[in-house]
Design a protein around this ligand. Structure first.
Ligand SMILES: *[C@@H]1O[C@H](CO)[C@@H](O)[C@H](O)[C@H]1NC(C)=O
Ligand SMILES: *[C@@H]1O[C@H](CO)[C@@H](O)[C@H](O)[C@H]1NC(C)=O
Ligand SMILES: *[C@@H]1O[C@H](CO)[C@@H](O)[C@H](O)[C@H]1NC(C)=O
Ligand SMILES: *[C@@H]1O[C@H](CO)[C@@H](O)[C@H](O)[C@H]1NC(C)=O
Ligand SMILES: *[C@@H]1O[C@H](CO)[C@@H](O)[C@H](O)[C@H]1NC(C)=O
Ligand SMILES: *[C@@H]1O[C@H](CO)[C@@H](O)[C@H](O)[C@H]1NC(C)=O
Ligand SMILES: *[C@@H]1O[C@H](CO)[C@@H](O)[C@H](O)[C@H]1NC(C)=O
Ligand SMILES: *[C@@H]1O[C@H](CO)[C@@H](O)[C@H](O)[C@H]1NC(C)=O
Ligand SMILES: *[C@@H]1O[C@H](CO)[C@@H](O)[C@H](O)[C@H]1NC(C)=O
Ligand SMILES: *[C@@H]1O[C@H](CO)[C@@H](O)[C@H](O)[C@H]1NC(C)=O
Ligand SMILES: *[C@@H]1O[C@H](CO)[C@@H](O)[C@H](O)[C@H]1NC(C)=O
Length: 573
């Protein structure tokens, strides 16, 4: 792990090469499928594959091999709720955003309490701290008026952000500076997931004795306010946890739940899928299969037994090999899953099962084994066994989990897309990049790699994404000197240098330190991995690149914006 920076380029190249090779081998087949269904398949966004479109794709080609693709699926937090989904959860009561009205109210409170405390200094509730206006010219960060000045400033400066849970400002590095932390969410995000920021503000006193922000530091600049964030205590049963100075993101709780007692285990009802042919297939295949199993568990009103150990397909691995033992939590939000669905981790489950059978020799746990995916969920609905164990031992493609959800079952089982969100640790990186650009940037997605090489299927792509043409085309879509984030699979970092004379160009590799060995991400994933460092793999790269792109104000796609070539080759659009 000591040569992160020097390894990145060969890694990127290898990924591209590998993706290309694999892509090509499934390509002919894909084209067939695509031509058949092209009439109905219109992804609303050609790059960010939408799940409804996928549903379409795979239900219409029942036993289709999954396309191996470097694209990243939209997950629950990106999707507009569809009619059959439960509505977005409303924010917890403690999570009301700090708006102008809220600020005015607390200002009034301060004014009232000041009036009272000058009259009667015995009054000393928390909300009634004496806080005279700033007439003596000194800046006291603890004065609530400072917080109010900062809150007002933030509201004006970041119109697309909703702010929550301001912490009391603390001293900055010199007098006149205050650091303050808060949580926020971008109003364009569809989830209620909140992120933290802490910034340093330079405060001045106006002629009429009021505090005013004269300068605001950038993203995460308020280091002194950094570590004293607490979990939103009120939302979690009313007690605020003490501040913890650990390397973990204290907003994330993805510990593995335990069943507790034997009786708890015995009283549960479980649906257990053993490993099938899906193992080590692409991530889209993984999700498609996983959500089938989880959907069946929900349909049967059972707890789904879940293997947190994921095999990441070689396409995403710098090593070009399938890699086992990746943790689900590197990629997806386990905390959200725990809250949304009834699940138990496989290891815990097997241990409890074994313990039970050992101590209750006469009364073993009732198990129904199901060896064929053609046994439908509807047929299992009446089964009272504690464990329904689906085994997937048939040869491929009969051993894919998602086959369970085909045919009649498709009418009864809803894949719970809302249960899967991307890992907050990855999203923290996305938020950090967007934050450093102050959520005010444009983005372009430039697909190159194998597709650009393949002149037969994409005759113009290489030319249309060449540096000079990019400069020319972007001129009409993105204003000069904007921050421009380029999401791309082009491995050569300097490829986009020509754009630097028109735009402030940003690439994912400019933010390497966010997953480097001094980063929070590194610390946290290392903890998840029993102290061994985790590689920032190809899937994580594409996931972060995609999500940052998605947050750009003007978004320029490769297909249909930069080139008239079709995303999936000639005559597919
Ligand atoms: C982090 O990586 C750099 C080189 O990339 C290396 O010099 C340094 O020793 C590493 N630090 C730790 C704590 O592993
Ligand atoms: C699907 O599988 C059936 C039998 O398993 C086969 O006859 C059919 O050709 C397959 N269809 C496709 C599109 O592969
Ligand atoms: C402040 O005092 C005014 C008048 O005394 C009252 O109308 C207002 O409700 C009070 N506001 C708060 C927040 O206590
Ligand atoms: C201020 O004092 C008045 C009268 O003494 C009282 O009615 C009011 O509740 C007090 N307000 C606060 C915020 O303490
Ligand atoms: C700053 O303000 C807080 C709250 O108003 C107060 O308790 C504290 O004594 C003040 N400190 C100084 C140095 O004025
Ligand atoms: C903050 O700074 C002020 C002077 O700028 C000082 O009086 C005060 O003690 C400092 N507070 C803390 C908590 O260090
Ligand atoms: C964090 O809070 C504790 C007490 O709650 C305080 O002693 C400490 O100085 C704070 N740390 C920072 C960096 O503000
Ligand atoms: C994390 O979640 C588990 C339940 O999944 C809960 O038992 C535990 O107390 C939580 N930990 C914290 C620190 O909130
Ligand atoms: C699911 O199971 C729970 C408890 O086992 C029960 O209360 C609930 O009614 C069941 N729901 C359905 C739809 O069967
Ligand atoms: C990561 O952990 C190391 C050692 O535990 C610590 O020194 C460092 O400050 C941590 N980095 C972050 C960003 O939390
Ligand atoms: C890209 O193309 C789409 C569809 O043709 C269009 O809606 C969008 O406005 C274009 N984007 C830009 C930045 O021109």
């Amino acid at each position: 792990m000591s040569s992160n920076s020097s390894r990145t380029e060969p890694i990127a190249q290898n990924i591209i090469k590998l993706i290309s090779n694999l892509c090509f081998s499934v390509f002919v087949f894909s084209v067939l499928i695509f031509t058949v269904i092209a009439i109905t398949y219109h992804p609303p966004d050609p790059w960010l594959e939408s799940t409804p479109a996928l549903t379409n794709l795979f239900t219409q080609s029942q036993n289709a091999t999954f396309r191996i693709d470097s694209s990243v699926l939209k997950t629950g937090e990106d999707l507009a709720p569809s009619p059959q989904d439960p509505p977005l959860p409303s924010p917890p009561p403690s999570a009301s955003a700090v708006t102008e009205a809220v600020i005015e109210k607390s200002e009034q409170q301060i004014a009232n309490s000041t009036a009272n405390s000058t009259a009667d200094s015995t009054d000393s509730t928390d909300a009634a701290l004496p806080s005279p206006p700033a007439c003596d010219g000194t800046i006291n960060c603890s004065n609530p008026r400072v917080r109010i000045a900062i809150q007002r400033f933030n509201l004006r400066a970041f119109k697309s952000i909703a702010f929550f849970d301001y912490q009391p400002p603390v001293n900055g590095s010199v007098a006149g500076e205050c650091d303050v932390a808060w949580r926020f969410r971008n109003k364009r995000e569809r989830s209620w997931r909140k992120y933290r920021d802490f910034r340093r503000f330079k405060i001045a006193v106006t002629d009429d004795c009021r505090y005013k922000v004269v300068h605001a530091g950038g993203w995460h600049s308020g280091a002194n306010a950094r570590r004293n964030m607490t979990r939103s205590g009120a939302a979690r049963g009313g007690k605020t946890l003490p501040p913890r100075a650990s390397a973990r993101d204290d907003e994330i709780n993805d510990t593995i739940p335990t069943l507790g007692s034997e009786t708890n285990f015995r009283n549960g009802k479980y649906l257990y899928y053993s490993r099938g042919g899906d193992y080590c297939k692409g991530m889209n295949h993984y999700l498609w299969s996983f959500l089938c199993g989880l959907g069946e568990a929900m349909f049967l009103n059972r707890t789904f037994v879940m293997d947190l150990s994921v095999c990441l397909a070689s396409t995403y691995n710098p090593s070009n090999k399938d890699e086992e033992g990746k943790d689900f939590r590197y990629y997806f939000d386990f905390e959200h899953l725990k809250e949304t669905a009834s699940i138990v981790e496989e290891g815990e489950f097997l241990r409890d099962w074994k313990n039970w059978d050992k101590t209750h020799l006469k009364k073993k746990i009732p198990v129904r084994k199901v060896v064929n995916h053609k046994v439908t969920p509807m047929q299992l609905k009446k089964d009272k066994s504690t464990i329904i164990w689906r085994q997937f031992d048939a040869p491929e493609p009969e051993n894919y989990w998602y086959r369970v959800c085909e045919g009649e079952a498709a009418k009864n089982i809803q894949r719970p897309w809302h249960a899967v969100w991307k890992s907050k640790r990855l999203m923290n990186i996305v938020t950090e990049i967007s934050g450093r650009l102050d959520w005010d940037f444009d983005a372009v997605h430039v697909v190159r790699g194998e597709k650009a090489q393949n002149k037969e299927l994409w005759p113009h792509l290489d030319y249309d994404t060449s540096p000079d043409v990019l400069v020319e085309k972007l001129k009409w879509m993105v204003q000069p000197w904007r921050h421009l984030y380029i999401a791309t699979n082009e491995p050569y970092y300097n490829y986009f240098d020509k754009l630097r004379s028109n735009y402030k160009v940003h690439l994912l590799d400019d933010y390497k330190e966010l997953w480097g060995n001094t980063s929070e991400w590194y610390n946290e994933t290392t903890l998840l991995n029993n102290g061994k460092p985790v590689e920032f793999d190809g899937y994580m790269r594409v996931a972060v690149d995609t999500e940052v792109f998605y947050r750009g104000k003007t978004r320029v796609e490769t297909f249909y914006n930069l080139t008239k070539d079709c995303k999936d080759g000639v005559n597919t659009c």
